[in-house]
Design a protein around this ligand. Structure first.
Ligand code: 5GP
Ligand code: ZN
Length: 116
């Protein structure tokens, strides 16, 4: 995806503060952190969202979750963290390249959602 901002980050065309990388996934600091630890973990392959992920994307999705604790601990969230994957319009997804937010830090991140 030539004009996708996260694909550009994967290709190094937009700078990012990388915190983990392997052949399949990339983790980098969110440009506008909402907690002391706020890392985005993405598949290097363009997948638009969880709504469009295919069955054969399961290994890379699993890898993102399986790496989350290691990334969180290394970045300063040793006692847990929250993973958020905003999806589509209703999920308020802003960047259409699937990404997991890992948010945390020394203190609890707070309630999951505002109650309706
Ligand atoms: P979403 O609302 O799609 O779940 O979250 C998109 C996230 O991407 C936001 O938290 C936003 O701060 C982050 N973001 C948007 N553009 C960039 C960028 O160019 N670099 C980095 N590191 N983060 C970005
Ligand atoms: Zn992309």
């Amino acid at each position: 995806m030539s004009d996708c901002i996260f694909c550009k980050i994967v290709r190094g065309e937009i700078p990012s503060k990388k915190v983990f990388e392997d052949d399949d996934i990339l983790a980098f600091n969110d440009i506008t952190p909402q907690r002391p630890v706020h890392v985005l973990v993405i598949p290097k392959k363009h997948i638009t969202s969880l709504a469009t992920a295919a069955a054969d994307d399961a290994p890379v999705l699993g890898k993102i979750l399986a790496k989350a604790n290691e990334i969180a601990v290394a970045q300063g969230s040793p006692d847990g963290f929250r993973v958020i994957i905003n999806t589509g319009r209703v999920g308020n997804q802003e960047v259409p390249h699937l990404h997991a937010h890992i948010v945390g830090g020394p203190d609890p991140v707070g309630p999951m959602l505002k109650r309706i």
